[in-house]
Structure formats: structure tokens, C-alpha cells
Write a protein that binds this ligand. Sequence first.
Ligand code: F6R
Length: 242
Amino acid sequence: MKIIIVKDYEKVSDKAFEIMKEVVSGNPEAVLGLATGTTPLGLYARMIADHEENGTSYARVKAANLDEYAGVGKDNPNSYAYFMRKNLFDKIDIKLENTHIENGMALNADAECKRYAELLANMPRDIQVLGIGSNGHIAFNEPGTPFDSVTHTVELAESTVRDNARLFDRIEDVPRKAFTMGLSEIMQAKKILILATGANKADAVYGMIRGEVTEQLPASILRKHPDCVLICDEAAGSRLKN
Ligand code: F6R
């Protein structure tokens, strides 16, 4: 894994954008694997600014997101579908019909997982953007998820519910179940960009890079990927320096 440590969140976003821009400029039909959460917001802001200022077009780009809360509809402001429209898709020229995410309201969860897994198999990602959970999760693949997993539903770890509570009025409102892309599907992307910022990610980043490659720390699977780049700020990378 290539490791880039830069000063702060803004520099992480700059570097991530540089790599994203290279992919999209090199291939106007690129397929992007995208993440929600706080970490990629700076990257998305730069993609929007670049679209507005330089006309970089996403008209033929396709996107597939990692995960979605179960029981939360796409027009609910807490859904990841809504997050993506608000923070990226509505502000660039990507066609909404070319953007994909699990349907949190699917009545038959197994059928929805199968549908999404088939879709992913037919749209290999050129680049996959990832954040990392403080417990080492990627997407909602919590510790213990098999490395060969495909799209599935998951009971969120207690620590993930606590981490995500900041985005809800009350912790009781945080959904406990989600749909997630599996680890084997994440690994299929041609290039992976994992971003980590803030001191609360330092242990997970250290474990991912210096610990064992183990299902107990899902992000450690990325060490087996031929083209994965970690971009982190000094706080998240602090334990790597010793
Ligand atoms: C989001 C996702 C999660 C987040 C992770 C970090 O689609 O799959 O794995 O990337 O929980 O979240 P933030 O960026 O909010 O710290």
C-alpha cells in the first residue's frame, strides 16, 4: 500500500482530488465507487468546484456507493442516497440514473443484496473511495466480516452506532442495520483510495498498516490490493511515525 501523510484534512482532500481528477480526466466513462461520511466531503467539494470552474464533466461517469441504512428511504435526509445527492450528485452533471446505491427500503433484503451484487459485477469500478471506521471497518464491513463477502446486510457495531450518532438528533434514531458492499467487491476496484483524518482514526490506521492482515480489522485486507493508496493527516497517521 502506498502511504501519503499530509498535514491536515484540507491537504488530504487536495491529494485525493488530484488522484480522482486524473481518473476522470483520463476516462470520461469512468466508474467511481463512492463513500459517504465526513471524510470524503472535502474531496466532493473539490470535485464540485472543479466542475464549475473547469467544466470537468461527469455526464458519462457512473457511480456505485458502498452502503445504505436499512429502513431509511432515499428521500429521508438521513439516508446515504440523500447525502450523495446533496453533497455531490446534484452539483455536478452526473446523470442520477447512472448513480447506484442499495435500496434501504427493499422489502426483500436478500433479493436486494443479490440485485446489488449483480450490478457491481457488471460495473467494475475504476476507483473506489473509502473512509475507515474507528474500529477498522470499511463500508459497513464490521470486524469479523469474511474477506470473501459480497453485498450483505449487517447489524452495525455498537461503536459504529456511537460514531454515527453525531449526525442524528438522538442516538436512538441511528439505524442499527444496513446494507453494505462486501469486502471482495471493494477489492475488485482497479484503484483504491482510503482516506483517514483525525486522531480517533490513529489506532485503526496503525492496525491496518502495521498489524496482521485479519478479518478482525477489515481494512487490513487492503494490504493485499495491488493499487491502494492511503492518504491520511498527521493526526490519523501519528502512530505510523514511531
Ligand atoms: C460510508 C462508509 C463508512 C465510513 C466510515 C468513516 O459510506 O462506508 O465506512 O467511511 O465509517 O466515516 P467518517 O468519514 O464519517 O469518519
